[in-house]
Design a protein around this ligand. Structure first.
Ligand SMILES: Cc1ncc(COP(=O)(O)O)c(C=O)c1O
Length: 442
């Protein structure tokens, strides 16, 4: 049921698709042409329920007229204006509205265009902050195995995914990693935060002992890792990281590109997890993905330190042509409005028990080795086919798509993160379709 006519591409050659198996796709494409609410529609008009909010980003559901109209209106008023030593009102308004959602005392917002840019920006702010404090020796950045912080050289280096680095040779120097928190047998099939593993945060003390606290600028982690297969932090883990960072004067950066914007039942994940970092990076839900935009929110003290300790003139030699782009700013304000008016975080908390129970109902499906959930996120981990890691999950993704469900896979883990407007019948449909696909791929 296509209400508008959508041109069908008849030549797939020109577009080099990101993070894709271009050869396989071009043999057997999966196309999405229209979206509304909880659903995508293929060019033929077939309905596909969105189990992933696009790429964890259309949190308020697709095609929100409030956001579309805000973008249209702004495009007609002013398409673009620079923000280097120059301003336009809507960028300031957007920053103030984002600051309404961030924790108390974290009211300064730097705009970027993506999660990757937000992560690299936060790392640079951390280095600039330590330098401004007279601690120029603090140049080391600590990430975590299996962390995903986008694809810039900073985020790639601090991130912990071998496959994302292998093609690109040298990484940033002065980077080290904490161990990941995945795979403790006691945590299998945990509902919500797993009980075991807080001790893994103590590895930060080992890195401090190894390198010296006076060489470490910041630690960056995702509160809940999404891209590497839904890794929920063990109870007490993040609190311990916070304590160690504070003790040693190390900044703690939460990459909330996925967990921000109500995904785990609070405006930002840190509030639900009761651990407040020094900086938060965000993107995706910020504009409901209607226009690209990212941001870094920093504690006022971080901003004050960098800005007030700089010589007269530019205080941070960093920024993008499109930082605070008017169309993105308009979309961000409309998105914040929706999160606040519709209390999307509250909706997540209301439906979370139903979501959790539905996810864990797949426990006995073929090849399932673990299920994890938190907020409106679920990860279903499968055993791999011998000699063909990832193949089973890819088959399941295809089968789900053909049966009208969009899922995301990473290796042999299926990740689900639907729009936050989801209702119980949608939850049933997602897990019934996925259950059928798991049985077919047995
Ligand atoms: C936690 C996290 N950080 C950073 C990014 C990178 O965001 P982008 O693709 O907008 O650069 C992502 C993308 O999925 C992410 O999940």
């Amino acid at each position: 049921m296509n209400e508008i006519s959508i041109p069908r591409p008849n030549n797939l050659d020109a577009y080099w698709m990101p993070f894709s198996n271009n050869r396989a796709f071009k043999q057997n494409p999966m196309m999405l042409a229209r979206a509304k609410g909880m659903f995508y529609y293929t060019p033929e008009g077939r309905e596909v329920i969105d189990g992933t909010a696009g790429l964890w980003c259309c949190n308020a559901g697709h095609g929100r007229t409030e956001i579309t109209e805000a973008i249209q209106k702004q495009a007609a008023v002013m398409d673009y204006a620079p923000t280097f030593n120059m301003g336009h009102p809507i960028a300031f308004e957007a920053a103030a509205r984002v600051a309404e959602m961030t924790p108390d005392g974290m009211d300064r917002v730097f705009f970027t265009n993506s999660g990757s840019e937000s992560d690299d920006t936060a790392l640079k702010i951390a280095l600039a902050y330590q330098k401004a404090k007279g601690q120029s020796s603090r140049v080391r950045l600590i990430g975590r195995e299996r962390g995903y912080h986008g694809v810039g050289f900073g985020g790639m280096s601090v991130g912990g995914i071998g496959g994302n680095r292998r093609q690109f040779g040298g990484q940033l120097p002065y980077v080290d990693h904490l161990p990941h928190t995945h795979g403790l047998k006691e945590n299998f099939f945990a509902k919500g935060m797993p009980e075991h593993g807080a001790f893994l945060a103590d590895k930060l003390e080992d890195l401090v002992a190894l390198h010296g606290a006076d060489t470490i600028a910041a630690v960056m982690v995702e509160p809940v890792s999404g891209s590497t297969g839904v890794l929920v932090p063990p109870v007490g883990y993040l609190k311990r990281l916070r304590e160690i960072c504070t003790k040693h004067g190390i900044l703690l950066i939460f990459d909330e590109v996925i967990t921000g914007f109500s995904r785990i039942g609070a405006p930002f994940g840190c509030e639900r997890l009761e651990v407040i970092p020094d900086m938060i990076t965000m993107a995706k839900g910020l504009t409901n993905a209607a226009v690209p935009m990212g941001a870094v929110a920093v504690m006022n003290e971080v901003y004050d330190t960098v800005v007030n300790n700089s010589p007269a003139g530019i205080e941070l030699f960093h920024g993008y042509t499109y930082s605070g782009h008017p169309l993105a700013a308009a979309a961000a304000i409309a998105s914040v409005d929706i999160h606040q008016k519709e209390d999307l975080a509250g909706r997540v908390r209301d439906i979370e028990p139903y979501w959790e129970q539905a996810a864990h109902s797949l426990k006995d499906a073929p090849n399932v080795v673990d299920i994890r959930n938190f907020g409106l996120i679920a990860g279903i981990e499968l055993s791999s086919r011998p000699g063909a890691p990832g193949a089973r999950a890819m088959d399941i993704l295809r089968s789900c798509f053909d049966d009208g469900l969009l899922v995301r896979v990473t290796g042999d883990i299926i990740a689900l993160s639907p729009p936050l407007i989801i209702e119980k019948p949608h939850v049933d449909r997602i897990f019934n379709t996925l259950g059928d696909a798991l049985r077919k791929a047995a």
